[in-house]
Design a protein around this ligand. Structure first.
Ligand code: NAD
Length: 311
């Protein structure tokens, strides 16, 4: 594989996948999008990827295909589908995997890395998170209204940092935001999990933005109960997440992202399946396996399921 240009396949070029494709394209990587959505791929092929962002608009000339065979072996495969798509996505992207390909997931929630490991136990895997946000406006068109410094963190599952991880960090850091290798990745992921389990769900149930959903005192009691169950599971998994740490991070995000409508609000409005199964649903299931009930997360999961069924 080339030492000069990193070849990257974005598996699932929706809102987030396209955002990373654009950033990587800007920083000089050889980027390919693999996505089964025919209209989206055709629009990117015909007109490029249209990106609206805080400083204007840009068109990125990126190769896209519905068939991973068209892409060939890559240095990195970045997985960017929703949780329920991860299984089919990794199967669809098998043709881009060579013996040294790094598979990286920055998806939200719990369980994606396990699905990827099961599909490709002999491949190098990495996992992490990003604070960037993006929205899909239609085929070939995304908007990234994020105005802060986007932060992305990841860490290889085997703890071995190779040239591929280092070069990927360099590429993304030279584009929007920063990309950092962080050995404490699990704690970061669990802190983001707290945000998603509290804010995505309550905003989706209330059909409001963060500020409106968090304005009553009683909702904070609900957050404390959700967090208490998350912290119980975290301690069983040796993740050093504490109640105070979770609450203080939640308060900070409520201030910083007051006007934000979390993606679960948009999923429900659009009649799309949410990622509840890898958020509150995962807390319920993983505690259940250990003989522990999680009544608060169970109630929230059921209520989101009702909204999904209605849609
Ligand atoms: P999305 O629905 O916009 O995009 C998912 C894409 O995956 C779609 O284009 C879909 O066609 C594609 N896909 C489905 N099955 C596939 C397959 N078998 N092969 C290839 N592609 C396939 O979702 P999103 O908002 O981009 O979210 C992706 C992940 O990123 C989720 O885990 C989400 O939690 C996470 N995330 C999103 C944001 C955001 O602001 N959108 C922020 C942080 C994290």
């Amino acid at each position: 594989m080339s030492q000069s240009t990193l070849k990257i396949c974005i598996g699932g070029g929706g809102a987030m996948g396209s955002l990373f494709a654009w950033q990587l394209w800007r920083s000089g990587a050889q980027v390919h999008i693999c996505d089964p959505w025919v209209e989206h791929v055709q629009a990117i092929q015909a007109h490029g990827l249209q990106v609206d962002y805080v400083h204007g608009q840009e068109t990125a000339t990126i190769h896209a295909s519905t068939d991973a065979h068209d892409i060939g072996t890559c240095d990195v495969l970045m997985i960017f589908g929703k949780f329920h798509q991860t299984e089919s996505l990794i199967q669809a992207c098998q043709p881009v995997l060579g013996p040294d390909t790094l598979i990286l997931t920055l998806q939200n929630g719990l369980g994606n890395i396990e699905i990827l490991k099961q599909a490709n136990p002999d491949h190098r895997l990495a996992f992490g998170l990003t604070t960037l946000t993006s929205e899909l406006h239609g085929p070939g068109h995304i908007e990234s209204s994020y105005s802060g410094t986007g932060e992305t963190f990841f860490w290889p599952l085997d703890g071995q940092i190779t040239d591929t991880e280092t070069r990927l960090c360099g590429l993304l850091s030279s584009a929007v935001g920063t990309m950092t290798l962080d050995a404490q990745i699990e704690l970061r992921i669990w802190k983001k999990l707290v945000i998603n389990c509290c804010l995505n769900t309550v905003c989706a149930l209330a059909n409001t933005n963060v500020a409106q959903a968090t304005s009553t005192r009683s909702v904070w009691q609900l957050f404390e109960n959700i967090i208490s169950e998350i912290v119980t599971l975290a301690s069983l998994k040796n993740i050093p997440l504490t109640r105070d740490m979770a609450l203080s991070y939640l308060s900070q995000v409520c201030t910083d992202a007051a006007e934000h409508f979390p993606s679960m609000v948009m999923d429900i409005r659009r009649g799309k399946r949410t990622e509840i199964d890898c958020l509150n649903g995962a807390i319920v299931q993983q505690l259940k396996k250990r003989g522990i009930r999680a009544p608060c997360n169970e109630t929230v999961t059921s209520l989101i399921n009702v909204l999904e069924a209605r849609a």
